[in-house]
Design a protein around this ligand. Structure first.
Ligand code: ADP
Ligand code: MG
Length: 223
């Protein structure tokens, strides 16, 4: 379970150009839920996702994941959290473009110290579940946007994390690929994972179990 209590995040704190990106946000996300975070551009969606994903510090409040406040974690413990529990599919994928699909997907396993044979096995399984097993040896640079998105998702699920976070995962896809990617997240969720999708696509958000709407850094309402 994710419990967010009175979360405040400011950029350029105490400077002239200070931005309050999250202004006292509180919310709870249960295990196994598929939740959409929606709101206009600049509402604070990515900021919220990056905080939950353990990649962005915040100013006050608390972000508690499975009972542990992440603000109390050391850098090492945060890295472990990102590797084993909460994994993020970033908006621009953050893939290594000169490397192969398999090399990219294996990164979390290398970080976790998994041996080569097991890595190969888990990597194949992840690529199969996102429907691109045949692309394993291709270079990232040769792939389409939809294919890269699937590689990024495979990398996020390869280590069996409980929480999968995705920032605008269908933002650059056509409607057919949007449907495929959505169904993929749905099946990840059916496999007892918690999925949080940031999206400004309302038809996509409506297909999730629940919507959390942000407006100017505040929680607006739940649907
Ligand atoms: P969204 O993902 O909903 O579009 P963001 O979380 O990216 O919104 O941004 C929320 C607010 O914080 C916006 O006003 C944005 O301009 C500002 N912001 C985001 N990242 C930074 C940053 N690194 N430095 C300064 N301001 C930022
Ligand atoms: Mg964003």
């Amino acid at each position: 379970m994710i419990e967010i209590k009175n979360l405040v995040k400011k950029y350029n704190k105490n400077k002239k150009n200070e931005v309050v990106a999250l202004d006292n946000v509180s919310l709870t996300i249960e295990k196994g839920e598929m939740v959409a975070v929606t709101g206009k551009s600049g509402a604070g969606k990515s900021t919220l996702l990056h905080i939950i994903g353990g990649v962005l510090p915040f100013d006050s409040g608390s972000c508690i994941i499975d009972g542990k406040p992440i603000e109390n974690l050391s850098d090492g413990a945060l890295a472990k959290l990102r590797n084993e529990k909460v994994s993020t599919v970033f908006q621009n994928f953050l893939l290594l473009s000169d490397n192969s699909v398999a090399e990219n997907v294996e990164i979390p396993l290398v970080l976790a110290g998994v041996r080569k044979k097991k890595r190969k096995e888990l990597c194949c399984k992840a690529l199969e579940s996102v429907g691109i097993a045949e692309l394993s040896d291709r270079s990232i640079g040769e792939l389409s946007g939809g294919q890269k998105q699937r590689v990024a998702i495979a990398r996020a699920i390869v280590n069996d994390c409980d929480y999968i976070l995705a920032d605008e995962p269908t933002g650059s896809l056509d409607s057919q690929n949007t449907e495929i990617i959505f169904n993929l997240f749905r099946s990840i969720c059916d496999n007892r994972k918690t999925v949080i999708i940031v999206t400004h696509d309302l038809s996509l958000a409506e297909k999730c179990d629940r919507q959390i709407i942000l407006s100017d850094g505040r929680r607006y309402e739940d649907q």
